[in-house]
Ligand binder design. Sequence first.
Ligand code: ASP
Ligand code: MG
Length: 422
Amino acid sequence: MQVFKFGGASVKNAENIKNAASIISKYKSSELLVVVSAINKTTDRLQEVVNNYTKGQGDPFLALDVVKQEHNHILCELFEDRQAPVFDDIANCFVEIEWILEEEALDSYDYLYDQIVSVGELLSSKILAAYCNQIGIPTKWEDARDYISTDNTYREAIVDWELTEAKIRRELPLILDEYVVVTQGFIGSTSENFTTTLGREGSDYSAAIFAACLNAEGITIWKDVPGVLNADPKWFEKTELIPELSYTDAIELTYYGATVIHPKTIKPLQNKKITLNVRSFLQPEQPGTQIRTTNQTLPVPSFIFKVNQVLINIQPRDFSFIVEDNLSHIFNLCHLHRIKINMMHNSAISFSVSIDDTGEHVDMLLEDLEKRYKVNYEKGLELITIRYYNQETIDRVLVNKKIIRELKDSYTCQMLVKELNE
Ligand code: ASP
Ligand code: MG
């Protein structure tokens, strides 16, 4: 059996949904489970609904209307019959959100976020499943929350693999015998049936969970790029497609911030030796990239750019050494504020970390650090990682840039840099 994952861009409008369905129809003769993300910007828009609701920044109902209109527009383009049950199905999803919004926001932000934002995937999957059925693909919509069991770390829930595997194995193979299954990425549920989400861009991970538990032969992530490239075309004019990639290289690249695949996706597939294909939904006949067991190292150096970095430099107030006690305290604070460290560096008297400048969370971290340490920070930096680097590749990315921190091992070079003003 195969698992397909369609991301937000691949279902962003009626035309793209038709295209996704036509890709599905070409493979429908083999057993197929399809995982879909929320349509285009829906997750961000629903997050705005949550912010308006919990922080009183604006009218949550108005923000929700934008999402409603977009989905209705797509529905009207896909389904001529206005009595089709999918119209009611979608309307009901919105009613569920409105019920929440009518109550006072007493629960925690993270909990409310998951209850509201998860609806994005319910909407897209219902539309895709209904459309597949309309064009004659026998399709069954399944609720991922009936299968993916998690703890209650809302917004970054941790999967209970044992329970999830048992549920998936018990129910899904029989359904897959008869139908293409369409389900949601990104969402799961706690043992008490509260909805959780697996972290932003987590739909790839969901697809990997289903694939690993079903012992799939392969999984394909359909993207708007031709496959895994050696750099994001956003930053680099000339990029090269990497036709074949080892699991290890793929894990390293995503760990350092290559956004083509969610970092948690690859490990479960590697454990089960399931090939991961990254292909273009715009050119579905092209083979794209295959990630699998191979001795092949990357044919070309790969570049990863992360902008908007803050370098935080931390020193004990009394100029004593940074010791393990300080380090564990610092890591704890990062964990508490959900900060992911992209690069760290320590010397005898100071410890520094580079992190994404996500605003509020960073401010709170700085405030907490300042209670115990002398802290200074610099914003607006860029983190450049080169896998399989050499001096030429380093020189190439350093034009007009000054290195602030640098870390090298035999395969990977990481440089935190600052733009030089002429
Ligand atoms: N819709 C979610 C997000 O935008 C999950 C995903 O797209 O993978 O983060
Ligand atoms: Mg996405």
